[in-house]
Ligand binder design. Structure first.
Ligand code: ZN
Length: 335
């Protein structure tokens, strides 16, 4: 797919762009809630509920560092060419739910290989091989998320990932820099601070994730921007920028349930923004949709969530916060 995009960039023939974007849509249509895909390193036949079936048949759900690296590469190309923010949504989902939770490469080359989404006794384990493919793509990804965070454009800059970061660029003949302060995705806010050699007019494009709700707000220097914010698009913030300007971006981050596929619509993952909240500890056999959505933070300094009420409840946490404990990504719903 990435080769098709290279062919498009060199030859300009639309068929290569169509091939890559159609192919990527096929991958997304059979992705897990984490953004990972490819049980047993293969694709499933669409429309037959086979992703749901994989939850009971394999522990080799997603070849993580290589799959995440490939995912970053194709979404980076597609975003560069189309400026469609949904490729950025997909990229961050893989970043936070899979690669951020991969165990570190050990000194002898022992490497995290598969993310496990099996319904029964999922665990994070190392692969058997020393220095496999995934020991190389893991550090490559470290470079890739940096270069995928911002995209320059003749009329301004696209802010794709919400990371603590700093970017410097030339806008016309003006040296500009932008520093982002954020605790995203645990926090639902990010702050952008600008430094410019002189006043310069350009557009800052902010990615509004497709899942963002009506609580999403953008302010410049403390004053709310009164322009319609559309989820699933970049928001264009055009003005004459000066040193010291500050953008506050609050992203409405609702809880939602995502089914594994159409044929298994009562098998759902709990999501908050880009993060899958994964069940740990004692897990109820079955819950209602309303109980699943009754989730609240477990405490001020914890990444855990308490899901459910009364006797029917469990603890959920992001993949990155899971250590050796068993976990479950997908939960059965009543009915
Ligand atoms: Zn690999």
């Amino acid at each position: 797919m990435s080769s098709a995009l290279q062919a498009y960039l060199v030859l300009g023939d639309e068929k290569y762009l169509r091939a890559a974007s159609n192919d990527f849509r096929m991958v997304q249509e059979q992705s897990y809630a984490t953004g990972g895909w490819g049980p047993n390193e293969g694709f499933v036949e669409p429309g037959k509920g086979l992703l749901g079936v994989s939850l009971g048949s394999t522990h080799a759900s997603f070849e993580t560092p290589c799959g995440a690296y490939g995912h970053f590469k194709i979404t980076r190309y597609l975003l560069r060419v189309t400026r469609d923010s949904r490729y950025g949504d997909s990229m961050e989902r893989v970043l936070y739910n899979t690669i951020a939770g991969a165990k570190p490469v050990l000194a002898d080359g022992t490497t995290f290989y598969y993310s496990d989404y099996n319904n029964d006794k999922s665990k994070k384990v190392y692969g058997n091989d020393k220095w496999p493919c995934c020991s190389g793509t893991f550090p490559q990804l470290t470079a890739d998320y940096g270069i995928s965070a911002y995209y320059p454009s003749p009329d301004g800059i696209f802010v794709n990932l919400f990371l603590p970061s700093r970017v410097e660029w030339w806008q016309n003949q003006t040296r500009c820099s932008l520093t982002q302060h954020t605790g995203y995705p645990a926090a639902n806010t990010t702050e952008l601070r600008f430094e410019l050699a002189r006043l310069e007019r350009f557009t800052v494009y902010l990615r509004i994730p497709a899942w963002a709700d009506e609580k999403t707000r953008i302010s410049v220097n403390g004053k709310r921007v009164e322009k319609e914010i559309v989820a699933g698009r970049f928001f264009a913030l055009q003005r004459s920028w000066k040193s010291g300007d500050r953008v506050e971006f609050e992203i409405g981050m609702p809880l939602r349930l995502e089914k594994v596929d159409e044929q298994n619509s009562n098998t759902v993952a709990l999501m908050r923004g880009p993060l899958a909240l994964i069940g740990v500890g004692n897990l109820p056999k079955v819950m209602s949709r309303a109980q699943m959505l009754m989730a609240r933070p477990a405490g001020k300094n914890s990444e855990d969530w308490m899901v459910g009420t009364g006797g029917i409840s469990f603890t959920a946490r992001p993949f990155a916060a899971i250590g050796e404990e068993p976990y479950r990504l997908y939960h059965p719903l009543e009915g």
